[in-house]
Design a protein around this ligand. Structure first.
Ligand code: SF4
Length: 376
């Protein structure tokens, strides 16, 4: 049995692979991840290869090109280079992996050594995304991270010395006890490393996280979080980074190609527990528990959980909302039915119209969640 739906074109497609293990759960984390154990990783790894084979049996599989591959998690850097290599080899065997494909691995600083980074690079990885989160050691402890700021720097240097010339850093702001000055200190520190790409997310207390359940003291107020957003926007701009998506900044030529697949509402395959994909007009997701995922594949079936066929109206709304996340914006014609909103937002400085396109400003990015509600 393979996937019942197919892509609408020959590609390039993105591929998201979910690696569902971490050594310890961070205080704020609600992701689909569980405790790392070598035996659990072995079983999962074998199931993942089976999943690639099953999806690769689809009649269209040999005809599509894979343009981006993203190993997310969890902590994908718990994979040994040989494990990652076998996954990429299996993808190459079943699909046409573009020789210029962007292949990213999310890494946590404590599990990235120079040897591992080099092994990944030799296996075909050309981009690492490093979960730094903060350069404030006290905050890192509160976040439940297993690394210090020095460890993060060591991991970044390891990536560089292994020849990885495209490194993204993940940061978080709006953290307990974090004022604007503490945040600026982290931003200043990481900008001095000259990464190719930065992602920065304000803390949210998502259901399923420890902090959402138990509460957390010392969260900064909205004014502080807003000031932190603007501090990053200013400092990144001054350092030559393009603010190309609500939460993402890049040096010229280093936007995340994989994430742009999402924001452009393009198609991508999902592999791994809880991974979500989009093919044709179907959004689908695998079952989340690793046990169920492995059992399904060991029985010869795909581990599918949910799927939803999008109506043309849903697709259109998604394309507009996702497209407005990018500084490229969307064709003005896509907002034909929302002309009065466009005019209002433009008059408030939240949106700019240039020729036949419109895009949110940085002020619009900041309020995007509440703006997008009006487009649904
Ligand atoms: S490393 Fe990432 S996925 Fe793992 S527990 Fe922390 S936030 Fe969650």
């Amino acid at each position: 049995m393979t996937l019942a739906w197919s892509p609408s074109r020959r590609g390039p497609l993105g591929v998201y692979l979910h690696i569902p293990f971490c050594r310890q759960r961070c205080s704020y984390c609600s992701f689909n991840t569980g405790p790392y154990h070598p035996a659990a990783m072995d079983r999962f790894h074998s199931a993942l290869l089976d999943e690639i084979d099953l999806v690769g049996e689809a009649a269209w599989a040999g005809d599509v090109t894979i343009g981006t591959v993203f190993f997310g998690g969890g902590t994908p850097s718990l994979l040994e280079p040989i494990e990652l290599e076998t996954i990429l080899d299996r993808l190459r065997k079943r699909f046409a992996l573009d020789p210029g494909a962007e292949v990213t691995v999310e890494c946590n600083p404590e599990s990235l050594t120079r040897a591992k980074a080099e092994g990944y690079r030799l296996a075909g990885v050309n981009r690492l995304s490093l979960g730094v989160q903060s350069l404030d050691d006290e905050l890192l402890v509160r976040l439940g991270r297993l690394h210090s700021s020095d460890d993060a720097r060591r991991a970044f240097d390891a990536a560089r010395s292994a020849g990885v010339d495209n490194v993204s850093l993940d940061l978080m702001y709006g953290l307990p006890g974090q004022d604007v000055a503490r945040w600026e200190s982290t931003v200043r520190g990481v900008l001095a490393w000259r990464p190719e790409h930065l992602s920065a997310y304000a803390l949210t207390l998502d259901e399923g996280s420890r902090w959402a359940g138990e509460g957390v003291a010392g969260l900064p107020g909205e004014e502080t979080v807003t000031a932190q957003y603007w501090a990053l926007a200013r400092m990144a701009r001054e350092a030559g980074y393009e603010h190309y998506e609500i939460s993402n900044y890049a040096r010229r030529g280093f936007r995340s190609r994989h994430n742009q697949v999402y924001w452009r509402a393009e198609e991508y395959l999902a592999l791994g527990p809880g991974a979500c994909g989009f093919l044709g007009d179907v959004r689908y997701g695998n079952v989340k528990p690793v046990e169920r995922y492995c059992t399904a594949l060991e029985a010869g079936g795909l581990p599918l959980g949910t799927h939803e066929v999008l109506t043309p109206a849903q697709r259109k709304a998604e394309k507009v909302i996702l497209g407005l996340r990018l500084s490229d914006g969307v064709p003005l014609a896509w907002l034909e039915d929302a002309r009065s909103l466009v005019e209002t937002w433009a008059s408030l400085g939240l949106l700019e119209v240039a020729g036949d396109r419109c895009r949110l400003t940085e002020a619009g990015f900041l309020l995007s969640d509440s703006l997008f509600v009006h487009l649904l």
